[in-house]
Design a protein around this ligand. Sequence first.
Ligand SMILES: Cc1cc2nc3c(=O)[nH]c(=O)nc-3n(C[C@H](O)[C@H](O)[C@H](O)COP(=O)(O)OP(=O)(O)OC[C@H]3O[C@@H](n4cnc5c(N)ncnc54)[C@H](O)[C@@H]3O)c2cc1C
Ligand code: FES
Length: 252
Amino acid sequence: MKQSKLKIDSIEKLESNTFLISLKSNQSNEVITPGQFYNIKVSDNDFPLLRRPFSICDFINDRLYFMFDIHGEGTKMLSQKRIGEELDLLGPLGNGFDLSGDFDTAIIIAGGIGAAPFPYLIRKMPENKNVVSFLGAKSKSAVVKYGLKKIFISTDDGSEGFHGNVVHLFKSKILDFVDKKIKIYACGPTPMLISLQEFVIQNKIDCQISTECSMACGFGICQGCPIEKSSGDGYLLVCKDGPVFNANAVKL
Ligand SMILES: Cc1cc2nc3c(=O)[nH]c(=O)nc-3n(C[C@H](O)[C@H](O)[C@H](O)COP(=O)(O)OP(=O)(O)OC[C@H]3O[C@@H](n4cnc5c(N)ncnc54)[C@H](O)[C@@H]3O)c2cc1C
Ligand code: FES
């Protein structure tokens, strides 16, 4: 983990509330695992005081990409940045997804901006693995397909694709994968992850989930991001032990 100041190379609006920002890194050989995140200072003054965590969306040559939704003040400020301005970053932080394992098909399940870590995961996935993506959004205007492959879409209001949530969509397609060895990679709102967690545990499906919580330090010092172990014997820290966990390892 290190602190760096990187220049904004591009910033674009992908959808009504979703932005993609790229930063020119001076370290093209930086080792970054998909699912890791950076804690970014979104302003040059004291407000907001805390950095905001963002998953690495992609890392190509010497460029780091982050995809984000405007959520509150911090992300609004980030969306108003201009090319050439500098951002102060801490990272890469956290553990990231495990791309190894006995599977032939990687299934991505993403809810909303939970799609952010997957362009980089897809880029780093071994070539002999098939990748299929399930992407859920509130409505058509919030569907962001950036960097995904072989996409099935669901929307809560039925304005595009399957009418319902993305876990229901995945369950409706499960028979397509009966002759495959699958591993699921998921990120999205906690209710989505809870519903997926129940399904994969019942069906003994290998699944990793990227969890979200409010963070302060981002690297294990403040103890501000505990998550209970499913065994009941204590807590892990989302920022340091996660944000990616095996679906059966934590209580959401
Ligand atoms: C590991 C990790 C990776 C993330 N990756 C992305 C990403 O790639 N793209 C993206 O758009 N968002 C991502 N988020 C969520 C993002 O950090 C929040 O949307 C952002 O911090 C909100 O800041 P704000 O000032 O706009 O909102 P406010 O609501 O003003 O923030 C207030 C406080 O709550 C915290 N907070 C609010 N909502 C969240 C949330 N959903 N998750 C965590 N902290 C929150 C903020 O850190 C801040 O301390 C990630 C969160 C985590 C934990
Ligand atoms: S955010 Fe400080 S310990 Fe996790």
